[in-house]
Design a protein. Structure first.
Ligand code: SF4
Lengths: 484, 220
């Protein structure tokens, strides 16, 4: 099965894709409907705003503490995993991560890998790398399976196939799964997926999974899921490979509890998921099932860049609940694919610049109205709007003295924009000149063109007011004096 | 320099932000929450897990085998997987229920049969959590991991006296961190998905049905 590699997405591409979705009433409707559903379900889980605030403060404290000790916790995690019989690998970038996983597959002559949900594997384009090496990497989360079958990418980090209707899926299954006829019955469709994937779980040489929380003190990996495919991937095949970002580690199992409670409630409005797995090593002496070999791949891919800056470091507090995208007015209108990144929506806008560089992503921090909804719902209190403003700044300016430049620093700078802002600053700091400008602009407002490049494509033209604010205030003062 | 050393060096070069451990805040937080009284825990657990689509039968401890026998007959279960070395497994073996299959050899020896030939499995639990209607499973060499995953029906025995108010209580009072199995597990209802148009469907990959036998009364 082929997947498209994640490509460089120039600003114009993002805008074109966004415009396409905005013009598609079906997609608009399905995203709007799905987001309203998730928003309502989340809200029902948090009836007491005061309690929610306490929970978020606690979760933030835990994540910030974990990050403050990140290098030490990673070493502790590694030591305990090794003690538990897990092999630990480190990868600075996607190529290294894929090479490690490919190496493990080759050692076992692997043909088939079944995958549990893992956004980090999407991030490193693992399916593409496996495909190129002739190894079938099959997604087993229902949503991911559907998206892979359609040759697409997930459009949401929690609900990957949220852009598809059941009619789309019925058609897809009828076309692509041998022996299946068209049905819109959701139970029947799920049964199709179940039957196909059960055979694959049995035959797979390798099971791959993501990690929701890694616990340093016990050397454990926690996995959160509803379907049981994660359990299949981590229990049935002979080899289990887990892949995760370096930021996922916490110190103790007790620290996971508040985070897990907020994760499921914020993500899908569930008080808990069907399964919560704490995996602490491969099959032990005398055990009758479980993988005989287990690996963990720890991926950097730009996370150390975010970590290097005290403000940007907050990006790494994220527990990937997706609430920020569910509540984002921009995401709700343009959907997940327009972003062209693994992580869409507000979290994608603040993390992708570190993974892909600002040259490829500088338009993304601008794809926000700064309404603040994302920051308000974030269970770990990441100040997403502040980080968006910061990244807009970094995308259009040189690094501040004393700060190392980000990858792609200043890539979004355009001569027109910087001239316009320089001109504005010049005018605005000279009162006499500004007054002259305002006098001219109000008198000659009839001269403003009705076609104003990109602006008027979807908006009415900008026109100076008939009177400047200064004039209006002056008039008011005269009126007030008269009335005294 | 290895990737490991480079990553750690970059992290160590970043400005340090020493912060205090959140342990005290966590303890205070959970202590501040209302708690279900001990005599209400079983009821709360049963209500919650029923809401998660499980079928709950409350039975006196001494009669669970008979209840299991009725369920096996009612559901038309032809093969029932059990763990022969456990206490409840021994009781089952002595019960004469038809179609019992012991999980007594490594999965490699009978994978196909496990996937295609087992209707249900019966396992014990290490307790349960009232707040969310969750069972705690502690698979080991005697009662392996796949029992609660592959067969379409999972029957679980929950001791009413082993129900705790919250997950936090379970982790701390049961001392999880002191000795974890390869796969400690929380189970809350049968396997499910809402990946097709947010429509809830059960039996995605794991069990389609979860039947809980809630054991009450004096220990034998
Ligand atoms: S940034 Fe916050 S709201 Fe968004 S996915 Fe991460 S944790 Fe959830």
């Amino acid at each position: 099965m082929t997947t498209q590699p994640m490509q460089f997405v120039p600003g114009s591409e993002f805008k074109r894709r966004a415009a396409e979705v905005v013009a598609n009433p079906f997609l608009r409707k399905s995203f709007r409907g799905a987001m309203d559903f998730l928003i309502a379900k989340r809200a029902a889980q948090f009836p007491d705003p005061e309690l929610l605030e306490r929970q978020r403060t606690l979760a933030e404290e835990i994540r910030r503490y974990s990050l403050s000790r990140l290098p030490a916790l990673l070493e502790q995690l590694e030591a305990n995993l090794v003690k538990n019989g897990v092999k630990v690998h480190w990868a600075e970038n996607p190529d290294e991560a894929n090479a490690i996983i490919l190496g493990i597959c080759r050692q076992h002559d692997a043909r088939l890998m079944v995958k549990g949900k893992s956004m980090v594997s999407e991030e490193v384009e693992l399916n593409h790398a496996m495909d190129a090496a002739g190894i079938e990497a099959l997604e087993s989360d229902m949503g991911e399976y559907i998206v892979q079958l359609a040759g697409e990418k997930p459009s949401h980090i929690i609900m990957p196939a949220i852009h598809k209707t059941k009619q789309d899926i019925a058609k897809l299954f009828a076309e692509k799964v041998p022996g299946v006829s068209y049905t819109e019955d959701v139970d029947a469709l799920i049964q199709v997926g179940r039957d196909v994937l059960r055979k694959k779980f049995m035959d797979a040489d390798i099971g791959l999974s993501g990690v929701n929380f890694a616990v340093a003190e016990t050397g454990s990996l926690c996995l959160v899921e509803n379907e049981g495919n994660g359990r299949m991937c981590t229990t049935v095949p002979n080899v289990h490979i887990a892949i995760t970002g370096i930021e996922k580690v916490v110190e103790k199992l007790e620290h996971v509890v508040p985070l897990y409670g907020l994760l499921t409630r914020s993500a899908t409005g569930q008080a808990i998921t069907t399964y919560f797995n704490v995996i602490t090593g491969p099959r032990r002496e005398g055990e009758k099932d479980g993988p005989r070999e287990m690996h963990l791949v720890l991926v950097d891919n730009g996370r150390t860049q975010a970590y290097a800056d005290e403000q940007l470091r907050q990006t790494l507090q994220c527990i990937r609940c997706g609430a920020c995208m569910n509540h984002c007015p921009v995401y709700t209108r343009i959907g997940g694919h327009a972003y062209g990144t693994t992580y869409p929506g507000p979290i994608g806008e603040i993390i992708s610049p570190h993974m892909m560089g600002l040259a490829a992503t500088h338009v993304l921090p601008g794809a926000s109205t700064l309404c603040g909804a994302c920051g308000e719902v974030c269970p770990v209190k990441i100040p997403i709007p502040d980080l968006l403003i910061r990244l807009r700044e970094e995308a259009t300016h040189e690094a501040k003295p004393g700060h190392a430049p980000l990858v792609g620093q200043g890539a979004g700078k355009t001569t027109f924009a910087s001239l316009a802002f320089k001109g504005f600053a010049f005018l605005y700091s000279r009162p006499a000149l500004y007054r002259l400008f305002a006098w001219g602009a109000t008198r000659f407002r009839f001269l403003t063109p009705s076609n104003q490049a990109g602006w008027t494509a979807t908006r009415t033209p900008l026109k100076p007011a008939a009177k400047s604010l200064r004039d209006l205030l002056a008039e008011r003062r005269i009126d007030e004096r008269k009335s005294c | 320099m290895s990737a490991r050393d480079k990553i750690l060096a970059k992290l160590r070069a970043a400005p340090a932000q020493p912060l205090a451990s959140p342990d005290a805040s966590i303890t205070t937080h959970y202590a501040s929450l209302p708690r279900t009284a001990k005599d209400k825990l079983a009821q709360e657990f049963a209500e919650k897990i029923t809401a998660w689509h499980a079928e709950v039968h409350t039975v006196p401890r001494s009669q669970w085998v008979d209840k299991a026998r009725t369920i096996v007959a009612d559901k038309g279960i032809a093969t029932l997987l059990y763990a022969p070395a456990t206490a409840h497994g021994k009781e089952l073996a002595a019960s004469g229920i038809a179609g019992l299959k012991a999980y007594d050899q490594p999965i490699e020896a009978w994978k196909q049969e496990m996937f295609d030939g087992i209707d249900a499995a019966i396992t014990g639990t290490r307790g349960a959590i009232a707040e969310t209607g969750t069972m705690i499973l502690w698979p080991d060499a005697d009662e392996p991991r796949l029992m609660s995953l592959v067969p379409p029906i999972h029957i679980a025995l929950v001791d009413a006296d082993a129900i705790l108010p919250t997950l936090y209580d379970a982790i701390t009072t049961q001392g999880w961190s002191k000795g974890l199995p390869t796969n400690a597990l929380l189970v809350t209802g049968p396997s499910k998905t809402a990946d097709i148009q947010q429509t809830l469907a059960y039996g995605a990959h794991g069990p389609k049905e979860l039947i809980v036998l809630l054991l009450t009364g004096e220990a034998q």
